[in-house]
Design a protein around this ligand. Structure first.
Ligand SMILES: [Zn+2]
Length: 288
């Protein structure tokens, strides 16, 4: 452990995970693509677990209707960028390094963050943004967990999908099951308890794989939560030959992680230079 205080903080968790498991969490870098209701819950859970480095991208500011599910801010944060609000909230974990990025998923800076990370949580609220995150994860060989909830007016349910580059036979990426286009709705219905429950399931799946050393693929790569019947069902989803994220990657053979991921963004030569202020400046230039 990095220090005695950290050891004391996690001593009951170490009883479950072991010293090595807790250290593994501390060394893990996770990127969260989309920091709304799901993303903010995922960020809080990962921080509390002791994940050492987290980055998150989101182009939006906190609006009044977000406050019922954005768990990292309150009314005093209205009008501020969600990732900046999150940075202030997560500063209470002194061992956590958090990097905020004001940018949509479809930006080169987000791709850089995903390439740097060992894991990405895909939590954006549009199909296009989720496809972009899945494509970047597949292309950079970054493990991805896609988290989604249904419109609560129709069904109290959530889905969690996982894809790992080390399991090439575990065919489908999270975008394989996404529709090619989805209409943008003016307003949807969300229940915070369902959001938090789905986020918790996704983070537990991460713990199993990233920390407890689950190395063999399970048959299931998608979990479906039915919050009305209180069931979680698992399923194996097949790869779509028409997937916009992974169709051009053959059997995982062409997956690779660039040695110098910072080179993905012009003008940056080392990961250390990926400061949040630089990234924000870059992304504002891109018209975010
Ligand atoms: Zn796919």
């Amino acid at each position: 452990m990095a220090n005695t205080n950290n050891h004391t903080r996690y001593i009951d968790q170490i009883a479950v995970l072991g010293e090595a498991g807790q250290r593994r969490l501390g060394r893990t870098r996770v990127h969260i693509a989309g920091l709304g209701g799901l993303g903010s819950n995922v960020a809080l859970l990962l921080s509390q677990l002791g994940v050492g480095r987290i980055s998150a991208n989101d182009p939006q500011v906190v609006e009044p209707s977000n406050l019922s599910r954005f768990i990292l801010g309150d009314a005093a944060d209205l009008g501020k960028f969600k990732v900046e609000v999150a940075a202030r909230h997560l500063a209470r974990w002194p061992a956590l390094g958090f990097t905020p990025l004001v940018a949509p998923n479809e930006s080169s800076a987000t791709e850089c963050m995903i390439a740097l990370a060992g894991w990405v949580f895909s939590c954006a609220n549009t199909v296009e943004a989720r496809v972009a995150a899945a494509r970047m994860a597949v292309q950079t060989g970054t493990s991805i967990i896609d988290v989604g909830v249904a419109d609560g007016r129709e069904l109290l349910a959530g889905t969690v999908k996982i894809w790992r580059p080390s399991f090439p036979s575990w065919a489908a990426c999270p975008a394989c099951t996404l529709p090619s286009r989805a209409p943008t709705k003016r307003r949807e219905g969300w229940l915070f308890s369902v959001i938090a429950l789905t986020a918790s399931i996704s983070v537990q799946l991460f713990v199993e794989h990233a920390c407890r050393g689950r190395r063999k693929p399970q048959l299931a790569n998608m979990l479906t939560l039915d919050a009305e019947r209180f069931t979680i069902e698992s399923a194996a989803i097949n790869r779509s030959p028409y997937c916009r994220a992974c169709a051009d990657v053959s059997g995982g053979a062409s997956i690779h992680k660039p040695a110098n991921t910072a080179a993905l963004v012009a003008g940056v030569t080392t990961p250390a230079e990926l400061s949040s202020s630089w990234l924000e400046a870059d992304c504002h230039v891109q018209g975010v």
